[in-house]
Design a protein around this ligand. Structure first.
Ligand SMILES: C[S@@+](CC[C@H](N)C(=O)[O-])C[C@H]1O[C@@H](n2cnc3c(N)ncnc32)[C@H](O)[C@@H]1O
Length: 257
């Protein structure tokens, strides 16, 4: 597979980028350090110098996405072979789940993983997008997504604007879970779709709030059909280092079992 650039970072605002660089607090610095380190790992994985990463075997040459440089090739290969698959698995959805809809991915990280959902208008929200670009994650290969460089506590989109909201391992990273649930309620259309993979854990540098079933149920009690779909202590490729860690899927999209 071969990717070509589509016009460089048109969603980036340089003044916003520069002002944010000055105000990055320790939580976001830790997030960024993780993704910097991850980029190094991706290149080693792409070269086959590490045999697997998060359970994903190093790509055979046929599976490698060809690109202009090794770093971008590694990133695009990881997007295709890990990130997109992870979104379908974690959200337990098919790639046509949001066909014809406006979809917002909250806490997208530096990959537009939700591009796996076909035929939708995709908005990838993450406050670190300008930094991701700065440390080497490209945006110019992706022509079918819009970057929203903002915190989920204050989503720069209109009321009732979005048809479907998803989030994978990110809603537990926000600064105020309650405020984010209010923002989701505001931007999501009435009877809109909502599906989130939520990780419960102790407080960490990048995950300041401790979540549990009661908190999640209560914060989204406004959402009709909201329920916990599954929970697990295991996740492929991830080491669980504390008994209190749980991976959950919450949604109003899946059938109640
Ligand atoms: C573990 S990463 C998950 C990225 C992606 N969803 C994935 O599964 O690969 C968590 C993301 O949440 C983002 N995040 C942290 N605080 C946030 C906030 N207040 N609003 C929106 N996103 C936030 C981080 O910048 C980071 O990119």
């Amino acid at each position: 597979m071969r990717y070509y650039p589509q016009g460089l970072g048109e969603n980036m605002n340089l003044r916003q980028t520069l002002s944010q660089i000055l105000i990055l607090d320790p939580k976001y610095r830790s997030e960024l350090d993780f993704w910097k380190q991850h980029l190094n790992e991706l290149v080693l994985w792409y070269r086959g110098e590490i045999s697997s990463l998060y359970g994903e075997p190093a790509p055979k040459s046929k599976a490698q996405v060809a690109c202009f440089n090794e770093k971008d090739s590694a990133i695009l290969t990881w997007l295709e072979h890990h990130q997109k698959k992870k979104y379908l698995q974690d959200l337990q959805l098919k790639s046509n789940a949001f066909s014809g809809l406006k979809v917002l991915d909250i806490g997208s990280g530096p990959f537009p993983s939700a591009l796996v959902f076909k035929n939708c208008e995709l908005y990838c929200l993450d406050p670190l997008w300008p930094y991701y670009l700065q440390i080497g994650y490209p945006t110019h290969y992706y022509d079918k997504m819009r970057i929203v460089s903002a915190k989920a506590e204050s989503i720069p989109l209109g009321d009732n604007y979005i048809d479907a909201i998803i989030s994978v391992n990110a809603i537990d990273h926000v600064d105020s879970f309650l405020q984010v649930s209010k923002e989701i309620r505001r931007v999501l259309k009435k009877n809109g779709k909502l599906a989130m993979h939520i990780h419960y854990h102790e407080k960490t540098a990048t995950e300041p709030e401790v979540l549990n079933d009661n908190i999640v149920q209560e914060a989204f009690s406004w959402c009709q059909g909201w329920h916990k779909v599954t929970q697990s202590k295991k996740k492929r490729g991830y080491k669980i280092d504390s008994a209190s860690q749980i991976y959950t899927l919450w949604s109003n999209v899946h059938a109640v079992s």
